[in-house]
Design a protein around this ligand. Structure first.
Ligand SMILES: *Cc1c(COP(=O)(O)O)cnc(C)c1O
Length: 368
């Protein structure tokens, strides 16, 4: 048995979440966004499970991630959101990956070297990150000599404010996208991340691109999360200490005990992506003023005491009955009992960031 923190990843819950989003996508194909090691869960098992469930199209950020998806899913379409560069041509072509062309230089590069391999076209409708401007996209739609050298399958764009479905910026982006879809009417059109897949059926077009919701994260602000939790993070109890009122806990001696306290010292810390801002005392960090996170122990929510260290976290378990404490080996950091987004909120961030911060030290167990 290891003292490493562990992640239990419920592949059945993952597949159920994908089937739900596929159902909501109605006539559109439902792809999977599997970048950043499948949001921390592990690219290979996630790609394998979703391929088996019927997913035929994946999106990743980087060519190296695409190479890993290819090994797990030999026949899938795999799109590379970062596009194409001279030094990624080889890995992209060897693994039959499809770049999402994100500017006119990439269009020119792929027209010269793509050898009619499939690609997608990204149009920037209002984020100023990646994609051709609307004018450039319309210009390309009229450049038949260039277009004839490209085997373009998908026209896509990405939303800045989909987590707030009624945000006016969605309308502006949609208008810009429609200017391009009409010029590329022969392509598949893709406009929806998780949030728009859940809340904007009018944005589904031909291909939806959910990510975070598949992994159980909150995609929409201010509504109950309809997805099943997929990841449970647990930390091993290393020892239980008894401390007196008035004593201090943790770095900076910031936490002062207000009562005689039982403290569980558990394994794991910010080196495992359990951010320092989850500490039970204020940690100066940007403007976040967290109250600190809880961990879950057999039905009891136990507050974190003092600062989260690199490899250790101290937790107030005074209110947990001794019979339970004597038997207890693990606490839940988040999972079925503490939603990943509730843990994320406690450190002023989002579920996406907490999930993708989970480091290499976790023992990852795949169930179902
Ligand atoms: C990450 C990403 C997605 C998925 O977004 P979620 O909010 O996780 O569903 C979709 N499209 C693009 C272009 C992305 O970068």
């Amino acid at each position: 048995m290891s003292t490493a923190p562990r992640l239990t990843i419920d592949l059945n819950a993952l597949v159920q979440n994908w089937l739900k989003l596929k159902g909501l996508s109605s006539q559109a194909e439902c792809s999977t966004v599997i970048k950043a090691n499948a949001y921390g869960l592990g690219i290979e098992p996630v790609a394998t499970a979703l391929t088996k469930a019927g997913c035929k199209t994946f999106f990743v950020a980087m060519a190296e991630e695409g190479e890993r998806v290819r090994a797990a899913s030999p026949n899938a379409r795999i799109f590379i959101l970062n596009g194409i560069f001279a030094d990624t041509l080889e890995v992209i072509k060897t693994n039959n990956l499809s770049p999402v062309l994100g500017n006119v230089d990439q269009v020119a590069l792929w027209a010269t070297h793509g050898e009619a391999n499939a690609c997608a076209l990204h149009v920037d409708t209002g984020m100023n990150r990646l994609g051709l401007d609307v004018e450039e996209a319309i210009g390309l739609s009229q450049d038949t000599s260039k277009l004839s050298k490209l085997n373009t399958k998908v026209l896509m764009s990405h939303l800045a404010c989909a987590d707030d479905p009624d945000h006016e910026h969605n309308t502006l982006q949609h208008e810009n996208f429609q200017k391009c879809t009409s010029e590329f009417s022969n392509l598949e059109h893709s406009f929806s991340n998780s949030a728009a897949t859940l809340a904007r059926p009018d944005f589904h077009y031909n291909l939806t691109r959910p990510g975070v919701a598949l992994y159980g994260g909150e995609a929409l602000n201010d509504v109950p999360n309809p997805m099943q939790p997929v990841v449970t993070a647990q930390s091993r109890i290393l020892q239980i200490r008894h401390a007196k009122a008035g004593e201090k806990v943790g770095y900076g001696a910031e936490a002062t005990l207000t009562r005689p306290t039982k403290i569980a010292t558990i394994s794991g810390g910010y080196a495992d992506g359990f951010h320092r801002a989850l500490s039970g005392v204020s940690v100066p960090l940007r403007e976040a003023k967290p109250k600190g996170a809880n961990v879950w122990l057999e039905g009891y929510l136990c507050p974190i005491l003092g600062r989260v260290s690199m490899d250790l976290i101290t937790v107030d378990v005074t209110d947990v009955p001794s019979q339970i404490l004597e038997q207890a080996k693990w606490v839940e950091l988040f999972g079925k009992n503490i939603m990943v987004d509730d843990a994320a909120r406690a450190c002023g961030t989002i579920g996406y960031e907490l999930l993708t911060s989970l480091g290499g030290r976790y023992v990852r167990d795949y169930i179902n």
